[in-house]
Design a protein around this ligand. Sequence first.
Ligand code: TXA
Ligand code: MG
Length: 331
Amino acid sequence: MVLAFSSPDQIRRAADLLSSGDLVAFPTETIYGLGADARDALAVAKIYALKGRPSFNPLIVHVIDRAAAEEIAVFDARARLVADMFWPGPLTIVLPLHPQSGIDPIVTAGLQTVAVRVPSHPVARELLTVFGGPVAAPSANRSGKLSPTTPAHVVASFGADAPFILAAGGSDVGLESTILDLSSDVPVILRPGAITPDDLSRVLDMMPAIAQTSDDDTAPKSPGMLLKHYAPSIPVRLRAVDVMPGEALLAFGPTQFMGIRGGGFARNLPETQIRNLSEEGDLIVAASNLFRMMHDLDQPVHTGIAVMDVPDVGVGIAINDRLRRAANAKS
Ligand code: TXA
Ligand code: MG
């Protein structure tokens, strides 16, 4: 752990850490964020591992300005109007994912939409400028703890596991950004924040709907307002100990003992029909591969995806949460 005052030298150091796939805690005007290069699946997987988050919620991608945001998300006139009114500032906008965004699917949790935000905090802006790329960042705290508004909160939450922290005093807003979903016709506030429904209504020319969502998956939500989850178009079979003919295999760990029902070995399946989350059984590597590999195997020529058992410890808890959702989803 390094607690660094945000001088130009330390911001450079933080940007270098991001470039080498490491995590950096940094100040924003809302709360402190735990950042990783949004194009680097392994770096983003470390966020989930460090936070101990029990599920893969999609993350917010932080960029320097609207031009950078337009490389990641598809903007229409309405989105541009809202962005130009409130950016930089505590507003996150959910939009369709740009087909050439370069954002790893672990960031959007496999969804075809992406949440983008242009922060106003000078240190966050300097970090984004020096780093020169998109930064995925949830709050810099362990899952279930209060959102950090000072460097001391970040230290207290992570203890000896704390990442490099760019310190710049207390956050102004102290509350996570307002999230506005503009990915469909009706604007929906997914999370209330400092930018209010009234503020938004003046630009949108209508009152946005307000979703009863929560980061806590066990909290009640109003029907139809659920955060969408990625689901493959073919069935997903969990805890598979063999592969049925026609099925694709999503493996974890060694596969030499996996058989195909009726004869043959899984390791001889064609390359298009098998992916291994981590041959070494590394859960962080597995997390970084999960959504990309599910997408790879989600082909109509396969009758389904057989998934080998993933241990329910550490970031494996989040992997299993997503696998269960994929298995139960009626898409
Ligand atoms: O103020 C903030 O927004 C802070 C600072 C660090 O910028 N960040 C933050 O990130 O609060 P996080 O990861 O805690 O919030 C992410 C939330 C998810 O729980 C989800 O509700 C929503 O953003 N979200 C992200 N991507 C989404 C998407 N594609 N569709 C719908 N909701 C999305
Ligand atoms: Mg959060």
